[in-house]
Design a protein around this ligand. Structure first.
Ligand SMILES: NC(=O)c1ccc[n+]([C@@H]2O[C@H](COP(=O)([O-])OP(=O)(O)OC[C@H]3O[C@@H](n4cnc5c(N)ncnc54)[C@H](OP(=O)(O)O)[C@@H]3O)[C@@H](O)[C@H]2O)c1
Length: 310
């Protein structure tokens, strides 16, 4: 890899396929491959963590918006199931739109008959398996995917991430750090983002309302936001933002092994100014607003039902 020098700092900047490269030297590439997306045209997107929870809801919203989406995770089974469901939901939406538009003429597809490739909902979705915390795999992932407009990461591995600091098992808990913080840095290093594109990461309320035993989670979420500020400066005009969710109903809570999970979730819902927990769709709507607004960068968007206030 060769290196240029930043004229103002003298610091070498990479000239391999990094986000900065594509954004600064990629005008020809962007023009040749695709025009800069407009507010409405989201273009090509990658959702790391798109097999479940918020990531899957983001992928669904992107497909509905006509984007070509690749979802990424470690479990091929989970990704394949999500893609089947997303394709069939998109086809279902298109079928009812057809029915509305052509009153009486309904195009019906069964999920099994949905081929790989474009859905009739306008968007497309496929999957790739990768551990985003592993540099070799992250590099290969983005090499295979090629240029994209937006990368969103919701990936987090909470196994072992909670525990009192005096007994914290770093071998078990560092998957959270590797996936969420280092993984986001690897996205920034290897994603080939076209001009006009963005990176969006997912932090969380634990950075602001930490719980005892949550030091690793609080530290990583806080660091991720600082990382986004730094990357927004370094990678601009590629935009870098963070969505910070409050408590959102996803399967992540099942992995904490709380015997009184439902009581705890209900108690939190009752405390929040919003009067309820978040949904993955709440987060997806926030992410799409960040993707669509070309003047938002270096921003943390709190989607937490007012959790920081109570
Ligand atoms: N749910 C909440 O209440 C809440 C609150 C605050 C913040 N957050 C944050 O919001 C984000 C999304 O959470 P969620 O509730 O949607 O969780 P989720 O349903 O568990 O989704 C996380 C996804 O990340 C993938 N993943 C984990 N490690 C990975 C790795 N190393 N490489 C690639 N993919 C990986 C998982 O798939 P595989 O296991 O197949 O890889 C999974 O699909 C997380 O960053 C979480 O910390 C959540």
């Amino acid at each position: 890899m060769t290196a240029n020098k930043n004229p103002s700092t003298g610091i070498p900047t990479p000239t391999s396929a990094s986000a900065r490269d594509i954004a600064t030297s990629g005008q020809a590439t962007a023009a040749a491959e695709q025009a800069v997306p407009s507010w409405d045209d989201i273009g090509r997107a990658v959702v790391i963590g798109g097999g479940s929870g918020m990531g899957r809801a983001i992928a669904a919203a992107l497909v509905a918006a006509g984007s070509r989406v690749t979802i990424v995770g470690r479990s091929e089974e989970r990704l394949a199931r999500a893609v089947r469901e997303l394709r069939s939901a998109a086809v279902g939406a298109a079928a009812s739109a057809d029915a509305d538009a052509a009153s009486g003429h309904t195009v019906v597809h069964s999920a099994a008959a949905v081929p790989a490739g474009p859905t009739t909902g306008g968007g497309e979705v496929d999957w790739m398996v990768a551990d985003i915390g592993d540099e070799v795999r992250a590099a290969r992932l983005f090499e295979q995917i090629g240029p994209v407009d937006h990368v969103i990461s919701t990936a987090a591995d909470v196994g072992g991430a909670y525990g009192p600091i005096g007994e914290f098992d770093f071998a078990a808990g560092r998957g959270f750090l590797d996936t969420k913080l280092i993984g986001s840095m690897l996205v920034a290093k290897y994603a080939r983002v076209r001009a006009g594109g963005s990176l969006t990461f997912t932090s969380g309320i634990a950075a602001y309302r930490p719980a005892a035993g949550g030091a690793m989670v609080a530290a990583v979420n806080g660091a991720l936001e600082s990382l986004a500020y730094a990357l927004a400066v370094e990678l601009g005009p590629t935009r870098v933002n963070v969505v910070s969710p409050g408590w959102v109903r996803t399967s992540i809570w099942d992995r904490l092994g709380w015997p009184d999970k439902e009581q705890r979730l209900a108690a939190m819902a009752g405390r929040l100014p919003a009067g309820r927990l978040g949904t993955p769709e709440d987060i997806a709507a926030a992410v799409l607003s960040l993707l669509r607004n070309p003047f938002v960068t270096g921003t943390v968007l709190h989607v937490d039902g007012g959790h920081r206030l109570v």
